[in-house]
Design a protein around this ligand. Structure first.
Ligand SMILES: Cc1cc2nc3c(=O)[nH]c(=O)nc-3n(C[C@H](O)[C@H](O)[C@H](O)COP(=O)(O)OP(=O)(O)OC[C@H]3O[C@@H](n4cnc5c(N)ncnc54)[C@H](O)[C@@H]3O)c2cc1C
Length: 402
């Protein structure tokens, strides 16, 4: 059999998992190449603690090159510019790379240009540079306290991280004994608290309202933002909420390399795949993680995206690896619709939180529960340590799979 060339673009939750799973299935009988603009796997869930000085970049990132080279997987550090599905070529800053099978695991691009002032007047934690900028602004706020507004604007999907930042920031303010000087408001496209873009989850609405009451957090739901301004947030209703520190998790789009490639993705840059994560038009292209299109389970007055979190990203990547191995060696393909992947998440709130467990990401679920309390905070820290330890141990092939 001729050696097939499998190219994976993106080396994070989805891409790294796909590469290791493909190696486990195919060994060295075929060539596996991973492309990413950076060699470090960044554990993004812990960026919620970065602005408060609780984590540094080196605490959260792991260089995966040794892991690849120990398996004979080629890693190319470069920027992908576009894909040509017809000629089966990936165009990079370093030149063209040909593939037989392609896995697109490029995650999202945050859109900072769809609401006036979003780029100039908000802080975020989308990557270390943004989290560092937020830390500087946060430290200034503690010196000169004033109102804080946390926003999940129209089209947002990463609601969990916005809630986590909100509750952690409020916890920090309490620790600094500034609770009477820093008033918090949460503004969201969601129709109700903890809708999360997925129609809600178990008793999440009730629990989130309790958290808001406990922490004295004001809120506006079902709300669009007209503009972010230097001293506050203007809502579409005309209301102006004053702010000295505005945090926003904007809507996501597919990355430029995907959007620059004709016929690859929909207008938002998301890749339309079947339940085996194969491209609907090109059978040798697969996608996993945030890069895929997931339709909202129900419509909302203000548009909400569907969150595509870490665990589902890994599960999709495992299905992709299985199906590529089947394409090459034969066997039975797997199908696992996004909505049927188990929901496993922890929402941290500083010194407590919520453990979110369900048999499915999207309704209808047979089982769904949210467990609030301090154990959720410790579970989140425990999971961070476990995950980063697993990354390190996964350097050695066949010892510890992710
Ligand atoms: C602040 C924050 C907190 C979060 N908290 C949680 C949480 O608590 N629990 C949870 O389950 N999920 C959480 N998530 C979501 C989780 O981080 C994502 O689900 C996960 O990162 C998706 O993995 P991915 O591999 O699809 O994409 P990404 O992690 O975004 O990785 C994409 C990779 O592709 C590379 N890439 C992209 N374009 C190119 C290009 N053109 N050329 C070369 N390389 C490219 C990037 O460098 C990157 O390494 C959080 C996300 C954020 C932002």
């Amino acid at each position: 059999m001729t050696k097939k060339k499998i190219v994976i673009v993106g080396s994070s939750f989805a891409g790294y998992t796909a590469a290791l799973e493909l190696y486990d299935r195919l060994g060295s009988s075929h060539s596996i190449t991973v492309i990413d603009r950076k060699p470090n796997f960044l554990f993004m869930p812990s960026l919620i603690w970065y602005p408060f000085g609780l984590r540094e970049e080196e605490d959260l990132s792991y260089d995966v090159r040794q892991s690849y080279s120990n398996r004979g997987i080629q890693f190319i550090q470069t920027e992908v510019l576009s894909f040509n599905p017809e000629t089966q070529i990936v165009n990079t800053k370093e030149g063209e790379i040909v593939y037989d099978y392609l896995v697109i695991a490029t995650g999202p691009k945050a859109d900072y240009d769809y609401i006036p002032g979003l780029r100039e007047h908000t802080h975020s934690i989308l990557g270390v540079p943004a989290a560092q900028e937020s830390r500087t602004a946060w430290e200034k706020l503690l010196e000169n306290p004033g109102p804080v507004v946390v926003v999940s604007p129209q089209g947002a999907a990463c609601f969990g991280a916005a809630y986590e930042f909100l509750f952690n920031a409020r916890h920090q303010v309490g620790k600094h004994k500034l609770a009477d000087q820093i008033k918090f408001t949460y503004v969201s496209a969601e129709p109700f608290p903890s809708h999360f873009g997925i129609g809600g989850f178990a008793n999440g609405e009730f629990l989130t309202k309790q958290f808001f009451r406990l922490y004295n957090i004001d809120s506006r739901f079902n709300t669009s933002v007209a503009s972010f301004e230097e001293d506050g947030v203007r809502l579409n209703t005309g209301e102006f909420i004053p702010s000295r520190f505005t945090f926003a998790m904007p809507r996501f789009l597919g990355v430029d390399a995907v959007r620059n490639s004709p016929n690859l993705a929909n207008a938002s840059g998301w890749i339309e795949v079947d339940d085996g994560y194969r491209h609907r038009q090109y059978p040798n292209i697969y996608a996993a993680g945030v890069a895929i299109q997931v339709d909202p389970p129900s419509s909302t007055d203000v548009p909400c995206g569907v969150p595509k979190t870490g665990y589902p990203s890994e599960e999709m990547a495992k299905v992709v690896a299985h199906n590529i191995a089947v394409d090459i060696n034969g066997g039975e393909r797997k199908a696992l619709p996004y909505g049927d992947i188990a929901a496993l998440c922890i929402m941290d709130a500083g010194n407590m939180g919520m453990m979110i467990l369900g048999d499915k990401m999207l309704p209808n679920r047979h089982f769904e529960v949210i467990l609030p309390g301090p154990q959720a905070h410790w579970a989140k820290i425990g999971f961070e340590k476990y995950f980063l330890n697993m990354l390190e141990r996964s350097t050695t092939p066949h010892k510890v799979p992710l």
